[in-house]
Design a protein around this ligand. Structure first.
Ligand SMILES: Nc1ncnc2c1ncn2[C@@H]1O[C@H](COP(=O)(O)OP(=O)(O)OP(=O)(O)O)[C@@H](O)[C@H]1O
Ligand SMILES: [Mg+2]
Length: 433
């Protein structure tokens, strides 16, 4: 009786040890991330859990069922063979496991007399000597074979039914870990590709925008000279309207290129600020004055409600850009209705509000419009979708905030709050130009 209980006790202990081995394997496989690592962990854990001297794990790599991706784990008994790197070539008894997609368990005698094993003799001289064979396929979710785990030379006795079942479990864990590793590797590769394409795009924008500058400047000078020349021609005035169109188009082109240059600068963290005392009302008045013609074309009356005297430590050109972009949007998307530019301030902050009564922005699009190259599809008006992004970059650099309040079809109100003291971070920063 006593003998029986101790035998049961021993097999329970054995069972527990194997269970622990399996759960250790699960953890190890799920934390090792590359395919090669997964394979190595499978080889090692399979040998330890079952308890044997040799383990070779491979992934089916080629159409020919060759097992080109391979990991090996050998006990000290076979230390001399640890450099063995012959890869199963997809013939012989490996092929059987892959094709039939089921486990094989053979004693050494059965192995040697197996017809599929005979072809192995060519590699046998370099292969660690075998003693019995247990091989199970690794099968993916669709039931297709993706590899094999093979064991040989059990510590004690022959491989049995229980070993086979344990190895089948391990192969299932290995299949999941393999899936995870594949996903992880694909995701990593995808991220790298995306990063490269963003870099390429940025480099392109930066180079293209600078290259466009030169011909635009030249073209402007040429237009000036043509202007002078036709003034001297009798009846030359009739060319004036055409010249005005050419100038407007050139200005538009210049504006677009400026946006691109700003984007590439802001992206590189080189949006340079030259802080000085600037009057918000004054700048707003300048912008409104400058955009008079555009407002007329858009059919929008502009109401300016920004008193002089709201002075802060800002960069004049960048502040001008903020107002210009917001006002240009208000005219573009304002449906010909009146537009308002208002400025106010308290001791610490200045507030700028640009209001239109045009097409408005749906709530779900309100965050998106501040992102680069984001435009709302239904738009017929031209543009790059950069204006608001640049505005937000500038406002950020001023240490301020921008938000939009809008309802689709009922106009939009853009509110900008900026500290009058400027952004202290920028005061002592020397900016390269
Ligand atoms: N006042 C507004 N009313 C309605 N929609 C607006 C308004 N301002 C911006 N939008 C929407 O947000 C998008 C992004 O604006 P943003 O100024 O960044 O780009 P854009 O005007 O299209 O081009 P640009 O780069 O020339 O400014 C616009 O395409 C438009 O769909
Ligand atoms: Mg715009």
């Amino acid at each position: 009786m006593g003998g029986g209980r101790s035998k049961e006790g021993a097999s329970r202990a054995d069972f527990l040890a194997k269970l622990r081995g399996l759960s250790r394997a699960t953890v190890a496989m799920n934390s090792s991330l590359t395919l090669a690592e997964v394979l190595q962990v499978v080889a090692e854990q399979a040998r330890l859990v079952v308890g044997c001297h040799q383990s070779i794990t491979s992934f089916t790599a080629g159409e020919d069922l060759s097992q080109a991706v391979n990991a090996i784990s050998l006990s000290d008994k076979y230390a001399a063979w640890r450099t063995y790197d012959e890869k199963p070539d997809g013939t012989g008894i490996y092929r059987l496991v892959v094709e039939k997609n089921r486990p094989y368990r053979l004693t050494q005698e059965e192995l040697e007399s197996h017809p599929a094993f005979r072809g192995f003799s060519w590699a046998a001289a370099r292969h660690p000597p075998m003693r019995g064979w247990l091989a199970v396929p690794i099968v993916d979710r669709r039931g297709e074979n993706i590899g094999i785990i093979q064991l040989s030379d059990k510590f004690e006795g022959e491989f049995d039914e229980e070993d086979e079942q344990i190895l089948v479990q391990l192969a299932q864990i290995a299949a999941v870990a393999t899936d995870n590793a594949r996903l992880y590797e694909a995701e990593k590769a995808g991220k790298k590709r995306a990063e490269r394409s963003v870099k390429a795009r940025e480099a392109f924008i930066s180079i293209a925008s600078h290259e466009l500058r030169t011909p635009i400047t030249t073209l402007g000078l040429q237009l000036d000279q043509i202007d002078l020349a036709i003034r001297k021609l009798p009846g030359g005035e009739r060319f004036e309207p055409k010249l005005a169109v050419a100038r407007r188009q050139l200005e538009k082109l210049n504006g677009l290129v400026t946006e691109l240059v700003d984007v590439s600068r802001a992206r590189a963290g080189r949006l340079d600020l030259q802080l000085e005392d600037v009057d918000l009302g004054e700048v707003a008045a300048e912008v409104v004055e400058r955009m008079g013609e555009q407002a007329k074309l858009a059919g929008c009356a502009i109401a300016l409600e920004a008193p002089a005297g709201i002075v802060g430590r800002w960069d004049r050109i960048r502040l001008d850009q903020v107002i210009t972009n917001l006002l240009s949007n208000a005219l573009k998307y304002g449906a010909g209705k009146p537009v308002k530019v208002a400025g106010s301030g308290d001791a610490a902050m200045a507030h700028l509000v640009v209001v239109d009564h045009g097409i408005g922005i749906a709530p779900e699009d309100q965050d998106r419009v501040f992102e680069p190259f984001e435009r709302i599809k239904t738009m017929r008006a031209g543009g790059l979708g950069l204006g608001l992004w640049i505005v937000r970059q500038i406002v950020d650099r001023f240490g301020g905030r921008i938000r939009v309040e809008s309802e689709l079809g009922h106009g939009a109100t853009f509110c900008v709050d900026i500290p009058r003291a400027g952004n202290p971070v920028d005061e002592d920063r020397v900016e390269p130009t």
